[in-house]
Write a protein that binds this ligand. Sequence first.
Ligand code: DGY
Length: 320
Amino acid sequence: MKKKIYVTRQLPESVLSKLRDQFEVDMWTKEDQPIPKDILLEKVKGVHGLLTMLTEQIDSEVFGKAKNLEVVANLAVGYDNIDLEAAKKYDVTVTNTPEVLNETTADLTFALLLATARRIPEGVDYIKENKWETWSPLLLAGSDVHHKTIGIVGMGNIGEAVAKRATGFEMNILYYNRSRKEKAEDRLGAKYVSFDYLLNESDFVVCMTPLTDETKGMFDAEAFSKMKNSAIFINTSRGGVVNEDDLYESLKTKDIHAAGLDVFRDEPIHRNHPLLELDNVMALPHIGSSSVETRIKMMELAVDNIERVLKGEKPKTPVK
Ligand code: DGY
C-alpha cells in the first residue's frame, strides 16, 4: 500500500508529480485559504507525510491525531508554527526550506528599506492620485541610505545576504547575534556589537532574527526608545519579535522615524490595525521569499525532504 501525503495548500502539479508517482497525495485546494483546523485534524489521520505552510499551527493536537506521521515539511525557513517538542515526542521529523530563499529574502528586505527611506509608495500614490503639480525642492524628500549605518539583528545567512547588499551602498554595518560571525566580519566588514549599541547607533535597524522564546517581543518600548529619532525599523522575519503596541507608540510620537514591515504578529494584519493608519509605516503582506523562482525551489525542497524521509533516507534540511 502506498504511503499517504497531505499538502495543506494548492501547489503546482509540476512540483507534486514527483510525489504522486510513489505516494498517495491529497491536497487542500480551497480558494488559496488556510485549511480550517478541524478539517486538518481529520485529514492527518492515517497520513505519513505532511507538507505545511506557516499558516498552520502544527501542535500536539495535530501530532496526536496523526498516528502514522513520519515527516512534516514546512514550506518556510521559519518553523515557529510547529511544536518541535511535540514532534520529538511523537518521533516525527520536521524539515524547513533554508538557503534557497536567502538572496530573494535579502532582496525584499533591501527593497523595503529603500522604499521606506525614500518614500516610494507615497510617490507612487502621489502620481496616481493626480497630486503632482510641480517639481518642488523638498517634494517627498526622504532619508539617504548610502553611507548610513545599518544594524542587523540576527546575522544568519539571510542577515549576511542583507549585509552584502549594504556593502554596495557603502554602509557602515553593525550586527548583533547570539554568536560572533567572524567570516561575515572579514568578508563584509560587519562589526559585532551589543544590542544596545546597535540600537543607539543605527540609522536602519533591520530585524532578521527568528521567532523563539528568547526573541519574542524583543523590540519593545525600551528597545525603540534607544533608537535614534531618525531611525527606520525594518522587519522581514516574524511579527512576534516585535511588540506592535510599543512600535505603534514610537512611530506615532515620532520617537522613531518610520518602519517597513513585511510581517505581523497576526497575519493577515487586520485592516483596522492602528499601525496601518500611520503615514510612516510601509506594510507588505509577508512576501519576503516570494519570487516565482524561489517559491518553486522551496516547494521542490519540501517535496524532496518528504520523499527522502518516507523512503527511509535522511532529509536534506531537517530542523535540528
Ligand atoms: C520563511 O520562509 O520563513 C518566510 O517567512 C516565508 O516566506
